[in-house]
Design a protein around this ligand. Structure first.
Ligand SMILES: Nc1ncnc2c1ncn2[C@@H]1O[C@H](COP(=O)(O)OP(=O)(O)O)[C@@H](O)[C@H]1O
Ligand SMILES: [Mg+2]
Length: 319
């Protein structure tokens, strides 16, 4: 399987005004991963771990401090002429379908817009491609839906419009940033199933960003667990979720193993201590919250291979 997207040693630091003066937040701190053709990589971590920033770095909405991004066989970092290539070949689906689509445009105009912006094909062909995309996301009857406005659709339907808009340029990869977390539980599976089906039919790769391992497990092939800007564990999703090696992965898993389906809608908190007032970037950044921390964890663990497909950054390794 050819590699579609890879990032190597991506870094982005932000400075924020905190209680004790200026604070540096390492939103991406040496992040590396790759995604093959037709594959779904899950990027998982709590809110604030840096997931959306990594998506924005890939799409070049913001520039990395350092590191490289390769897309479809070419390095696109700092290459202005490759911006168009990634903006056509890599599309994004956002968490809030309302925020990412213009409420005053018809559904047809919304789906057609990426073709217009990039001057792809002529007007008739653009219309046809947009109608075809609406049909591919199963918004039927297509002709009727096409004339509607976003407020006339349900949340699930609006997210399908966002997906239609994403596939209309025939991208190689879609970055889906928490695409179902704002939807009712009852329609989540339908949208995830649609994404899987589009992957099978069109060969699209996904970077699926989430804080929710339940939906991740449904759609993912491999997973990378992000904690404060660093990947702490990565490998095949079934192996990682059945026998996590990093205590943080275990904590994320524990936070979803709630048998009550009504609780699926609740925002889950990780059942571990809040960080103490220490410099989290010294040593293992999970150390202050980790029930297994040892003296050695004051040094920073790097990702190391524990099998040919798995890597973990932890001195203790619970599995
Ligand atoms: N433009 C910015 N300037 C300063 N801080 C930012 C900026 N964008 C994001 N952050 C901070 O970076 C951290 C990671 O944010 P984000 O990437 O949105 O995380 P996630 O998507 O995992 O919730 C947060 O602490 C956020 O406040
Ligand atoms: Mg986010």
């Amino acid at each position: 399987m050819p590699e579609i997207l890879s990032v190597k040693n991506l870094k982005k630091y932000f400075t924020k005004k905190g209680s004790s003066g200026k604070e540096t937040i390492r939103v991406a701190d040496g992040v590396s991963f790759s995604i093959n053709s037709g594959e779904t990589l899950v990027l998982a971590g709590e809110s604030g771990s840096g997931k959306t920033t990594i998506a924005r770095l890939i799409l070049r909405a913001i520039e990395p401090d350092s590191g490289t991004i390769n897309f479809d066989g070419e390095e696109i970092t700092n290459q202005h002429e490759h911006l168009k290539k990634i903006r056509i070949g890599c599309q994004m689906v956002h968490q809030d379908p309302y925020a990412s689509i213009n409420p005053r445009m018809t559904i047809l105009d919304i789906v057609r817009e990426p073709l217009e912006i990039n001057s792809i094909r002529n007007k008739t062909e653009r219309n046809n491609l947009a109608l075809q995309a609406l049909s591919q996301v199963k918004l039927e009857p297509v002709e009727e839906i096409a004339t509607k406005y976003p407020h006339m659709l349900s949340g699930g339907q609006r997210q399908r419009v966002a997906i239609a808009r994403a596939i209309v340029t025939r991208p190689k990869i879609i970055i889906a940033d928490e695409p179902v977390s704002m939807l009712d539980v009852s329609v989540r599976i339908g949208v995830l199933e649609l994404m899987k089906e589009l992957q099978e039919k069109l060969g699209i790769s996904f970077l699926y960003i989430t804080h929710d391992l339940a939906t991740a497990n449904y759609i993912g092939h491999r997973i990378a667990i992000l904690y404060l800007g660093k990947i702490v564990e990565t490998g095949p999703i079934n192996e990682i979720l059945s026998s996590p090696s990093h205590p943080y992965t275990q904590a994320l898993i524990d936070s979803i193993s709630d048998p009550d389906p009504d609780n699926l809608q609740r925002d889950r908190k990780i059942r571990i201590n809040d960080p103490l007032d220490i410099n989290v970037y010294q040593g293992c950044r999970f150390r202050a919250r980790c029930p297994y921390a040892i003296e050695k964890c004051k040094q920073e663990p790097e990702l190391e291979e524990i099998s040919d497909k798995r890597q973990v950054a932890c001195f203790v390794k619970i599995n």
